[in-house]
Design a protein around this ligand. Structure first.
Ligand code: DHB
Ligand code: FE
Length: 306
């Protein structure tokens, strides 16, 4: 048998040579992606130096832990949400708070509180004292007691604890269990927007693409409850320059908060509020889960590896 082959014959060998069945699904996806890349190299006449520069960039991206930043910036995270929305529409699963991307910066195991919590107790943090409050309800408007609202946001420099060595563990991250009436509330401050790390593999690509790497100010949520479909979403702070120009394409209609300024402190003493503050009311509406997996209070990676 000859060991000289054309590109087409090589691809055929790459995708069919095997000593074991392996994993059928992995094989199918990998074969398709390899085939698409072979074609791209051919059609774009990718030069060896370009190819190896790309490989080196991927290696640096991985060792910087920035793979998840690139998927969001290239639209993949929102793509998966669009596909999930379309599948829901086909299945007639309407209603509920819109989903929004998890992003790469979730950390499991944040401190758990009942009913209310301060997120900012590692502070002081500058900016308005901010309280967000509301209920978790089902699609019929009934309160969901014992739902866990897992919330996380960036600090005043746009950085997230755990990924930023300057911040204590779980700073600006909490889990809040809703009370009998499905209520949650938390105190924090209004976070600024986020920008991809400068001088990093991620910023290198975005500079080469002529794109910015800014996200508008936002707060993340992962809401889970027995019998309800786990909801991953974000809310935006109104007035941000990048609200309609998010590098991760994750802003969604219906998820921009309304802020009430100069709210009186009465009734908020347990959160350490002593003067006028900024409040936002927001209810999370959860869909009923169709199976136990959907109600599993796990983030995407834990789900994927389960
Ligand atoms: C990215 C950062 C975020 O804060 C986020 O919510 C989504 C994506 C990113 O850097 O890719
Ligand atoms: Fe974020």
């Amino acid at each position: 048998m000859s060991n000289e082959f054309t590109a087409t014959q090589l691809l055929e060998r790459v995708t069919t040579s095997r000593v074991a069945p392996g994993n059928e699904r992995v094989r199918k996806i990998a074969d398709r992606i390899v085939g698409d890349l072979f074609r791209a190299i051919d059609e774009l006449d990718v030069q060896p130096d370009e190819f190896w520069a790309g490989v080196d960039w991927l290696a640096r991206l991985g060792s910087a832990g920035q793979m998840g930043l690139i998927t969001a910036g290239l639209g993949f995270d929102r793509l998966l949400d669009i596909r999930a929305d379309e599948a829901d529409e086909r299945a007639g699963r309407l209603g509920g708070t819109p989903r929004a991307i998890e992003g790469p910066l979730y950390v499991a195991g944040a401190p758990l509180a009942r009913g209310e919590s301060r997120l900012d107790d590692d502070g002081p943090h500058p900016g308005d004292v901010f309280v967000m409050e509301g209920r978790v309800v089902d699609t019929e408007g009934r309160p969901v007691a014992g739902a866990v609202v897992d919330v996380w946001h960036a600090n005043e420099h746009g950085r997230y604890s755990h990924f930023d060595p300057e911040q204590p563990a779980y700073a600006l991250r909490r889990r809040i269990e809703t009370d009998d009436q499905g209520r949650y509330r938390f105190r924090s401050f209004l976070p600024p927007g986020y920008a991809i790390p400068p001088d990093s593999p991620t910023s290198e690509l975005f500079t080469a693409l002529g794109r910015h790497g800014n996200r508008p100010a936002h707060i993340h949520f992962l809401v889970a409850a027995d019998g309800q479909r786990t909801l991953t979403t974000q809310v935006n702070i109104p007035g941000d320059t990048f609200i309609d120009d998010d590098f991760a394409f994750a802003t969604r209609d219906g998820l921009v908060l309304k802020l009430e300024k100069n709210v009186a402190a009465a009734g908020y003493e347990s959160l350490g509020v002593t003067g006028p503050f900024t409040r936002s009311r927001f209810d999370f509406v959860m869909q009923k889960a169709v199976d136990a997996t959907e109600a599993d209070p796990q983030a995407r990676l834990a789900r994927a590896l389960a």
